[in-house]
Design a protein around this ligand. Structure first.
Ligand code: HEC
Length: 227
């Protein structure tokens, strides 16, 4: 009888291991991995500027995402941040500014590729229509939104599976930025679209005209990216 209980225990252990395997794999892509919490570089506004877009939206891709993932996407429209908003402020097209870390940009200029430790910051600002005696129909950049900061970082050792990781931040009560949700984002939230539709590695360099010209000159545009 004793051997029967030993077999029983062994079967339970084997089943337990099988049940855990997928969860461990899934967690690998969403867990922070070793190392400190990722924070927003305080000087990113001094970094090389990739480009700006206005009212960017991708409804067919958004439809594939969970509501939680959709809530982390940079919005196409936005009212001014709460602090500055008029009581009945209506959403206006949002600007997205993209910056790239200086060392990575220097390497990119030489090779057309973003090296290990590249950081991109995407800043979302509301737009403001201003008119005056000499201006009409102009849209200018307003405040950074309360949840208006996204980051993308390449760290081959920390994220061996995808190399790149994505992050969402919101304004912290005492100033600065704090993470919104888990660090990094689950791969389905961000990586999936970036790896499929991004033209250079996992980035959307096709929308950054001067950087795209550099990539084309070096032949580093992916032949496989879905336009
Ligand atoms: C459906 C597609 C899609 C998804 C999902 C998506 N992005 Fe992006 N992302 C884009 C596009 C398009 C751009 C180009 C932005 C521009 O031109 O202003 C971009 C640009 C970026 C950039 C600038 C660097 C680069 O790769 O070009 C960052 C940072 C970024 N996204 C963060 C995120 C984060 C964080 C998430 C998940 C919460 C996310 N993205 C999800 C489409 C996507």
């Amino acid at each position: 009888m004793r051997w029967l209980s030993i077999v029983f225990v062994l079967v339970l252990v084997a089943l337990g291991a099988r049940a855990h395997t997928p969860r461990v794999l899934a967690a690998d892509t969403a867990s922070p991995g070793p190392g400190p919490v990722v924070t927003v570089p305080p000087d990113y506004r001094n970094w090389p500027y990739a480009s700006a877009s206005l009212a960017l939206s991708y409804p067919s891709e958004e439809a594939k995402l969970s509501p939680a993932a959709r809530a982390h996407l940079p919005p196409a429209k936005a009212a001014p941040s709460k602090a500055a908003a008029a009581p009945n402020a209506t959403p206006a097209p949002a600007f997205q500014n993209v910056f790239v870390s200086p060392e990575a940009f220097a390497a990119f200029q030489k090779t057309g590729l973003y090296p290990d430790k590249t950081v991109f910051v995407l800043e979302v600002r509301t737009s403001v229509a201003r008119t005056s005696s000499f201006l009409s129909n102009g849209l200018y950049q307003g405040d950074v939104l309360d949840q208006g900061l996204r980051m993308e970082m390449r760290d081959d050792a920390r994220y061996p599976k995808t190399k790149w990781a994505w992050f969402t931040f919101q304004k912290a009560p005492g100033g600065g930025w704090q993470p919104l949700g888990s660090q990094p984002e689950p791969t389905t939230n961000c990586w999936q679209c970036h790896v499929t539709h991004g033209a250079v590695q996992d980035s959307f360099t096709q929308f950054y005209p001067t950087l795209f010209a550099i990539a084309k000159a070096h032949g580093t545009v992916k032949g496989t990216y879905v336009k």
